[in-house]
Design a protein. Structure first.
Length: 438
C-alpha cells in the first residue's frame, strides 16, 4: 500500500473499533512480537491536560543531554508520523508502510485485532526497539489504567493534571477519573504529581502508597518559581536555575514543573546537566498550544478540548490578542461539555463560526442554534472553509481564535501553515541514508 492507503487503513480501525479500553489485545500483540516495549525504559505521562507539553519538554531536555530519546504522543495535527519520533525526528513514512504491512500479516495469523490507538502504539514500540533508544517518553492516550501504553516498563511515572473529561470512559467525578489515571502507578516506581484538586490528589497519593510508589508532588516536594535571570526549579536532589520556556503561556510553567520533577526523580538513571535542562526547555516545540500561525489577522490556534483547557485558554487570551476583535472558530467532539467550554471563550468573541472535524464531532448547526441570540454565529460545515470565512470576517486588524479540538487545530495548520512539516523527518528522503545510520 501507499502511505496514504496505510494511514487510511489505520483510520478505518478507529471507525470499526473506536475506543475499547482493555489491555488483553495489546498484551497479546506485544507477546507475539517478542516484547519490544521491554527493550527500553520509559517515562510514562498521564493527565487530563498538559501531558503532551510535559512529554515534549522531557524529550527536548533528554535529547539536549545526549540521550537517544523516543517520543510517542497523540493525536497528530497534520501527519500521522508526528506521533512517533526519535531525537525529535519523525518516523519515516516508508517505515510506517512497511511496519503496518508486517504487523497486519503477523497479527492476523495470530487472530489478534487491534484498535487504531493500539496499532499506533505497537508501531511506536516496534520502531523504538528497532532503531535503539536510551529512553522513551510515552504519553497516555486516554485515562491510564486500561490505556494501551500501560504495559511499558517505566523508570518514572507522572500525572500532570486531573479535570473532567472523557466522562463516558473515565467516570463522572474527579475521584473516579483520578483512580483511572493512577492506574499507571507501579510498585517502587517514583511518581511525579502535578497540582491536582485535593479530591483527586488524595486518590492518587493513596494509590501510590498502596503499591509502594514514592511520590514527589509539585508544590510540596518540588517547585518552579520566578527569579532574577529566569525560572528556578528545586526538586528531589536538584536545583536548576536560569531556566526559560520556549512554549508560550503561563500555564506551561505547571507543565514544566512536572517535567523537571520527572527528571529529578530519574537523575540516577538519566542524569541531565544544568546546561542540558536550560537548552532543552529553551528549544522545545509543541505545536497547537497557544500558537500564532499568522499576524494579519492574528491567528491563534490552541488545542483546548475540555472545560478546564478552555478556561486556561481564556485566561491567557488577553495577553496574546490584546484589544483585537476576535472571531472564534470552534469545533468539538459530541461527547464533550461544549457549553462549559464556550462559556469562558464567548466573553472575548465578537463572532463565532462553528464547524466540525471527524466523525465524532458535534453538529455545528445544533451548536449555532444554541448560541443564536448570545453572539453573532454561523455554521460552516467544512473546517477549512470555516477558517477562510473567519479570516475574512476578522479583517487584517482583527484576530481569529481556533480551538475546541486538536483535530481542528490540525486543520488550521494544514490550511494556514503551508506545506512545511511540523517536525523534521528521521530520514531525509533525498539523502539516501538508512535509518540506522541517521
Amino acid at each position: 500500500m501507499t502511505y496514504e492507503e496505510t494511514v487510511a487503513y489505520l483510520a478505518g480501525l478507529e471507525v470499526s473499533a473506536g475506543w475499547d479500553l482493555k489491555l488483553e489485545r495489546i498484551r497479546a500483540a506485544l507477546v507475539r512480537r517478542g516484547h519490544p516495549e521491554a527493550r527500553w525504559p520509559a517515562l510514562h505521562v498521564a493527565g487530563t491536560n498538559g501531558k503532551g507539553s510535559t512529554a515534549a519538554m522531557l524529550d527536548a531536555v533528554l535529547t539536549a543531554a545526549g540521550y537517544r530519546t523516543g517520543l510517542y504522543t497523540s493525536p497528530h495535527l497534520v501527519d500521522f508520523t508526528e506521533r512517533i519520533r526519535v531525537g525529535g525526528r519523525t518516523i519515516p513514512r516508508a517505515t510506517v508502510v512497511e511496519l503496518v504491512a508486517a504487523l497486519r500479516a503477523d497479527l492476523a495469523a495470530a487472530g489478534i485485532a487491534l484498535t487504531h490507538f493500539e496499532f499506533a502504539t505497537l508501531i511506536a514500540f516496534e520502531w523504538f526497539a528497532r532503531v535503539g533508544i536510551d529512553v522513551a517518553v510515552i504519553e497516555v492516550g486516554l485515562g491510564g489504567r486500561l490505556d494501551a501504553t500501560n504495559l511499558v516498563r517505566p523508570a518514572v511515572t507522572a500525572i500532570t493534571s486531573i479535570a473532567l473529561d472523557h466522562e463516558a470512559w473515565l467516570g463522572h467525578d474527579l475521584a473516579a477519573i483520578a483512580m483511572e489515571k493512577a492506574g499507571i502507578v507501579k510498585p517502587g516506581v517514583p511518581l511525579a504529581l502535578g497540582r491536582l484538586p485535593d479530591e483527586a490528589a488524595r486518590v492518587v497519593v493513596a494509590r501510590a502508597a498502596e503499591v509502594g510508589a514514592p511520590v514527589a508532588q509539585v508544590g510540596i516536594e518540588a517547585a518552579l518559581a520566578e527569579a532574577p535571570g529566569g525560572l528556578v526549579f528545586r526538586g528531589p536532589g536538584v536545583t536548576w536555575d536560569r531556566l526559560r520556556l520556549a512554549l508560550p503561556g503561563t500555564f506551561q510553567q505547571d507543565n514544566a514543573a512536572v517535567a523537571l520533577t520527572v527528571l529529578a526523580l530519574a537523575r540516577g538513571r538519566f542524569p541531565c546537566a544544568p546546561e542540558a535542562v536550560r537548552a532543552g526547555l529553551a528549544a522545545v516545540r509543541w505545536p497547537g498550544r497557544l500558537a500564532v500561525l499568522r499576524e494579519r489577522p492574528l491567528v491563534v490556534v490552541d488545542g483546548a478540548h475540555n472545560p478546564a483547557g478552555a478556561t486556561t485558554l481564556a485566561a491567557e487570551l488577553p495577553g496574546v490578542v490584546g484589544d483585537r476583535r476576535v472571531v472564534l472558530v470552534f469545533a468539538v467532539m459530541a461527547d464533550k461539555d461544549w457549553r462549559a467550554m464556550l462559556g469562558p471563550l464567548l466573553a472575548r468573541a465578537a463572532r463565532v463560526i462553528v464547524t466540525r472535524v471527524g466523525r465524532r464531532a458535534a453538529d455545528p448547526q445544533a451548536l449555532a442554534d444554541a448560541l443564536r441570540g448570545r453572539v453573532p454565529v454561523e455554521a460552516v460545515v467544512e473546517p477549512r472553509a470555516a477558517l477562510r470565512a473567519a479570516l475574512a470576517r476578522a479583517g487584517a486588524e482583527g484576530a481569529v481564535l481556533v480551538t475546541g479540538s486538536l483535530f481542528l487545530a490540525g486543520e488550521a495548520y494544514a490550511e494556514l501553515g503551508g506545506a512545511r512539516a511540523l517536525f523534521e523527518p528521521w530520514q531525509d528522503p533525498g539523502s539516501g541514508a538508512t535509518e540506522a545510520a541517521s
